[in-house]
Design a binder for this molecule. Sequence first.
Ligand SMILES: [Zn+2]
Length: 398
Amino acid sequence: MQAQTEGRREANLALLLRTLRARGPLSRAQLAAGSDLSKATVAPLLADLEQRGLTQRAGTTTTQGRPGQLIQLRPGAVCGIGLDVHPGHVGATITDLTGEVHLRRQTSCDTNAPEHALDQLADLARKALKDVAKADWTGITVAVPGRADRETGIATATRLRWREVAVVDGLAARTGLPITRMDIDNETNLAAYAEHDTDPVDDLVYLNGDHSVAAGVIANGVLVRGADNRAGEVGHMVLDQLGSTFCGCGRRGCWETQVGLDAFLHACAPRHDQVHNPRLAQGERMSILRTRAERGDARTLDALHRTAAALASGLSVLTSLLNPQKIVLGGYFAALQDWLVAPQKQEKTPVTASTLGFTAGARGAALAALRRVLDDPTVVPLKEGTPKQDRQREGASA
Ligand SMILES: [Zn+2]
C-alpha cells in the first residue's frame, strides 16, 4: 500500500515537472488545472520539487483579481550529458531541464579506432562532469550514427567501421561512472527526440540529411523502433530500380544514392574540390555551396534541383505511410533549405527545416540523459539545509 502511494507520488512529481517544462512559468492554480491534480495535492508536491532544487519562484501573476506565485524550472539545476561520434570527431553537449544548452565541445579523433574513440569520449565525459560540478547530473547518453543496442550498450556503425563495440561498458571502465546512468541510442532517433522536444506534436518524421540517410519517426508521441531496432532506415528504400549507382548496402537505386550527402557532394563538384575535404566542418562546406548557389553556379544549382526532386519522391512515400503532422529536414538539407526544403510540397503535411543544425543528435542525447529525472524527480536528492522558514512562508502565502 505504502509502495503504491509512493509510486503515485513520484508519477505526480514527474507530471508537474513535465507540465512546467512544457508550459512554465505557472501558478499553482494553473499547474493544478494543467495536470488534472487538485490544488491541495499540488502544494506539497511543489514544495518537494523546490526542496530538490528543481524549481524556483518566478514573480507573481494576477488571475481573477487574486495574486498567485509563479513557479518555473530552475535553470542549470540538473544537467544531462550527451556524447556523439562522427567520422573524424567526437563531441559533448550539456543541457539542463529547461532544454538550454550549457556547453558544446568537439575534439578531432580517429574514430575508426574504437578503443581510441572511447578514450576520447571518456575524456569528454570527465571534462563535462567538471563543467556541471555545481549541478546534479542525471546521466550520459551516447549518440551513435548506426545501430545502438540499448539493452547491451553495444553499437555497430558501418561509417565508423565499428562492429559490436561495447560503448557503455567501455566508458564505465574508463571513467568509473555507474553503468546505470549511461546509455546509447541511434543518432537520428535522438535528433527526432530533440525536434519533438522543441515542438511536441504527436506524429513527426525527422530526416537527418547526412552521408547515411535515416528517419526518426515519432507516432502517437512515441519513437518507433521496430521489431529489430531498424525502423527508420529509409535511405535504403529502393526508389530507382534501374539506378546505376550501388549503395553501401550492396543494392542499387537506394534513396541514399540519390539524396545522401556523398551523392550530393559528387553532383556538386569534382573530386579535388574543397567541398570534399573531410577536414572542413560540414557547416563550412555547406556555406561554400550556398555562396555558389546564390551566385548562380550552374552545376551547384543543378545538383540542388535534382536532390530536391529526389527528396520529394521519398518524402511522398513517408507521408503516405505515416501521415505525420510535420516533417523536419535536418543536416545538409536544413543548411541548404532555400533549395532543398522550401520547394517541398507534401499535401497537408508541412515540411520544415530543423533549427538544431548538425548537432541535433548530440542535443537529443543530452535531453535523453535527463529522462531519468523527468520520469522520477526523486532521483535528485533533497538539498541539505532546505530552509524551514521557506516552507513556512510557502504555507503562509498559499
Ligand atoms: Zn542501400
